[in-house]
Design a binder for this molecule. Structure first.
Ligand code: PAF
Length: 499
């Protein structure tokens, strides 16, 4: 393998398996193939270190010839089938036997399978060191394993990106697993009952009902299902789920005869939210629009809402300094976004389409002042929260991560130097600034806007504590978009990304 690796110049997608390949593995291999032009390497190695039960290891299904056929038929370019001695040479004193972190490995499957995750870490670390892949493909079915391996990559500072795929299910809804071949007809009925219970809990949770573990366990026990564990946990820390968690994990393991099977669902109050904040000219709009398109999320341009309102106040000559008058006006305002025929979004205020008008210098020079009025802010923040109630959106603005959606799953603070931002505004063909103002004056305007936005009393432009700052000088739009999408994919289980 080391020799082969030396002669491969392309990047590698690595798909580690223990063989007995099923549709779950096929999805991993075909996803890797469709992702990029890299070489796809599948490994088949039944790692003795991750079995705490000798019989389980002995009985682990081995179907090597079929596995080879399946791998090549679905996109593998090469297959690595080492022997135990290849991976663990008996006299090699340099093998690093790793320990999985206690916080992640002492719960769920780690409770009963002592040493299992240490064995997984050891083998994956060895394989990664030999293969040096660019991408590592893993299934979300083994969610705890995925978290532990992400932690391994982080702590060992390995230069590999982990890509995950959702749990693949059989025709009857039970998760695909190599161990399923040991199941009798009755076992399958039991695991189907168990999976159905998890899905029912998921639906109940979505409708606002609490999770009652004891009740679910009682129902499972009445079907004579032997439960090893059933836990409701935070999806990343694996600590007990808290009521405020938007996404949580309901995971269980049951025994059918001698076979042990796991399944889980993610419970969600709403779909995920990405919050992108930052100053004018940081590239927010372009980046946010592209992310919305690529991740099929709703695009919420909160700046356009402030601009639309400013437009109306100016057009109707409303003295917005008079509180009472403003309150009355706000009560009768409706702002809506609609897709237009160019696949862009039009902004409407009280049914006027104002997409073009709100980009004028007149509006640019007044929007910061209007958006610092308490009544305006409160009104539009409420409107924005209504739009984001069921999630599934990427919102851009100046106070999204701090005020509008403080519980957004991904918070980005996008910025760039004043020089860079002025240059971008100048060359933006859609912005009237490019014709009306010279570069030097544009810089002063941007500085002034930054100052006003950062120093206003209500919802000033500041980076949320848990936001990731991206300084976009020198990066292309696509590089920034890809970085944010990677952060999203890394954090949000694929299983929750679809409706
Ligand atoms: O998930 C598996 O199949 C195994 O744990 C892995 C990642 C191939 C390591 O042996």
């Amino acid at each position: 393998m080391e020799n082969w690796r030396k002669n491969v110049n392309n990047d590698i997608n690595f798909i580690p398996t223990m063989g007995n390949l099923h549709n779950g593995h096929i999805k991993l291999i075909s996803t890797a193939k469709n992702d990029n032009q890299n070489i796809n390497l599948v490994s088949i190695f039944v790692n003795p270190l991750q079995f705490n039960n000798r019989l389980d290891l002995k009985n682990y299904p081995k179907t090597i010839n079929n596995d080879i056929k399946i791998s090549f038929a679905n996109g593998a370019d090469a297959i690595f089938i080492p022997s135990t001695e290849d991976i663990y040479p008996p006299n090699n004193k340099n093998i690093e036997f790793l320990k999985a972190p206690k916080e992640l490995s002492s719960t769920l499957c780690g409770l009963d399978r002592i040493g299992h995750f240490d064995g997984v870490c050891t083998v994956v670390y060895r394989l990664l060191n030999i293969i040096k892949p660019k991408n590592l493909y893993l299934g979300e079915k083994d969610w705890q394993q995925l978290l532990i391996l992400k932690n391994l990559v982080l702590t060992k500072k390995l230069n590999v990106a982990i890509k995950s795929i959702p749990t693949q299910r059989d025709f009857d809804g039970i998760p695909l697993s190599s161990r399923n071949i040991h199941l009798s007809k009755n076992d399958r009925k039991l695991i189907k009952f168990f999976s159905n219970e998890l899905f029912e809990a998921k639906n109940n949770f979505k409708q606002g009902k609490n999770i009652n573990l004891k009740e679910i366990i009682k129902k499972l026990s009445s079907e004579k299902i032997s439960i090893e564990y059933l836990e409701h946990l935070h999806p990343y820390t694996l600590k007990k789920a808290r009521t405020e968690d938007n996404i949580s994990l309901l995971a269980g393991a049951i025994r059918c005869g001698k076979t042990r099977l796991i399944d889980h669902v993610f419970l969600m109050k709403r779909r995920p939210i990405i919050a992108i904040d930052g100053p004018a000219g940081s590239g927010k709009s372009t980046v946010t629009k592209l992310i919305a398109e690529k991740l099929k999320l709703l695009y919420l341009d909160t700046g356009a809402m402030y601009r639309a309102l400013s437009w109306l106040l100016i057009k109707e000559n409303i003295d917005y300094k008079k509180e009472k008058k403003l309150q009355n006006i706000l009560q009768n305002i409706s702002i809506a976004f609609k897709s237009n025929k160019n696949a862009n979004q039009d902004v409407f205020i009280n049914n006027y389409c104002v997409t073009e008008e709100i980009r004028s210098q007149e509006i640019s020079s007044i929007v910061s002042k209007i958006s610092s009025i308490k009544e305006v802010r409160n009104f539009l923040v409420e409107e924005q929260r209504k739009i984001g109630e069921s999630g599934g959106l990427v919102a851009e603005g100046r106070d999204i991560g701090t005020t509008v959606f403080p519980d957004a799953e991904i918070k980005i603070f996008l910025t760039a130097s004043i020089d860079e931002r002025a240059k971008r505004r100048k060359s933006d063909k859609n912005s009237k600034d490019s014709q009306e103002i010279d570069l030097h004056a544009l810089k002063r305007l941007i500085e002034k806007r930054d100052f006003e936005d950062s120093n206003r009393e209500i919802s000033p432009l500041i980076k949320a504590n848990d936001a990731i700052e991206i300084i976009t000088d020198g990066y292309s739009i696509n590089e920034v978009v890809d970085k944010i999408i990677d952060l999203y994919n890394d954090k949000i289980p694929k299983e929750t990304q679809f409706k």
